[in-house]
Ligand binder design. Structure first.
Ligand code: SF4
Ligand code: MG
Length: 332
């Protein structure tokens, strides 16, 4: 497998003034293989979107590195960054907000091509717009209409067509289906899958819900409060989740079979999500973790590979700790 993106010990803090630092992303490392979908999951405010934006260079990093195809994204010159955007594009959660309501669909999709001077010939550019519309399941008659005339799912298709306009090979999809009706979500996911196969695209797929990334992702990283807590292949994560937070997230996904659903144990997380301006000492999850031990408040668990390609940050899997001796504490 060939790595196309490497995120190494990435940190992104925001200075909120008055000595307050918001630790949006704290020492996160992962890579994405060429042609795969990497799912990045966690509840809102966990830092997933910040990672997406920092990868694109829309935010400066606080520390760490983002390497795309052997190039350090944060060391690119302005001109190089401009070229880099031809290869990496983003799809947003709310397609309506990301599309200019006063522009026609044709203008929305043409804009990136114009900015990058892709076509000297207007007619060729328009043909490309038509082609893109067809690729995302719309048609050329839609070109002169306005985004507000379309349904949420169709608007997301327009957003996808725009993201494809420069023929990128990597797409960061930031909650692209979260705002859509459940019935439409599968259609958009299927479209993304088709496009991925056709064009050999690589996706970083950001979602707040594990059920949304389940069928689509090859590997998944789970985030909590700016930290990555578990990372492994999709099947492995569902069959053998190691981190108590992943286990809780999985237990919250409804199972369609009522017999299983009834007997199933739900892990309900107590307490509130702490503020990223004042994260708990030791393990960030300890204030809500049903398995928290004394050591968890004192020592930050290290990110380690427990099995091949299965990473977790949790003291339960740290063999240097004597778990019998550690006292169970009730989550605060
Ligand atoms: Fe829970 Fe401790 Fe593991 Fe954190 S390190 S997830 S608090 S058991
Ligand atoms: Mg977000």
């Amino acid at each position: 497998k060939e790595k196309i993106l490497e995120v190494k010990n990435l940190k992104k803090y925001f200075d909120m003034g008055k000595g307050t630092m918001l630790q949006a992303v704290n020492d996160v490392s992962f890579h994405v293989n060429k042609g795969e979908t990497f799912g990045l999951v966690g509840e809102s405010g966990c830092g997933k979107s910040t990672i997406g934006r920092t990868i694109l260079g829309l935010y400066n990093k606080t520390a760490g590195d983002v390497i795309f195809d052997n190039e350090n994204v944060h060391a690119l010159s302005e001109k190089e960054r401009f070229q880099f955007y031809r290869r990496m594009q983003m799809i947003f959660q709310d397609p309506y907000a990301s599309l200019n309501p006063r522009s026609t669909v044709r203008e929305v999709i043409s804009e990136p091509m114009e900015v990058h001077g892709l076509y000297k010939n207007k007619k060729a550019q328009l043909e490309r717009v038509y082609q893109l519309l067809e690729e995302v399941g719309l048609n050329r008659d839609h070109a002169n209409r306005y985004p507000h005339e379309f349904s949420g799912g169709q608007r997301q298709r327009i957003g996808i067509a725009r993201a494809l306009a420069l023929n990128p090979d990597f797409i960061i999809a930031d909650e692209p289906i979260s705002a859509l009706d459940v019935s439409v979500q599968a259609q958009v996911v299927n479209l993304l899958k088709e496009l991925q196969l056709e064009k050999g695209l690589t996706f970083l797929f950001i979602a707040h819900d594990l059920s949304m990334v389940k069928q689509f992702s090859d590997r998944i990283g789970v985030m909590y409060l700016g930290n990555m807590v578990e990372l492994t292949e999709s099947n492995q994560l569902y069959e053998k989740p190691l981190h108590p937070y992943t286990q809780a997230l999985l237990s919250a996904i409804p199972i369609p079979d009522p017999d299983i659903e009834e007997k199933r144990e739900r892990i309900i997380l107590e307490g509130e999500l702490p503020s990223p301006t004042n994260p708990p000492s030791g393990c960030v999850f300890r204030t809500r973790c049903p398995a928290a031990m004394e050591v968890c408040s004192q020592v930050k668990p290290v990110w380690q590979e427990i099995e091949q390609e299965h990473f977790v940050a949790c003291h339960l899997y740290d063999e240097t700790i004597d778990h019998k001796k550690s006292i169970k504490v009730k989550p605060e």
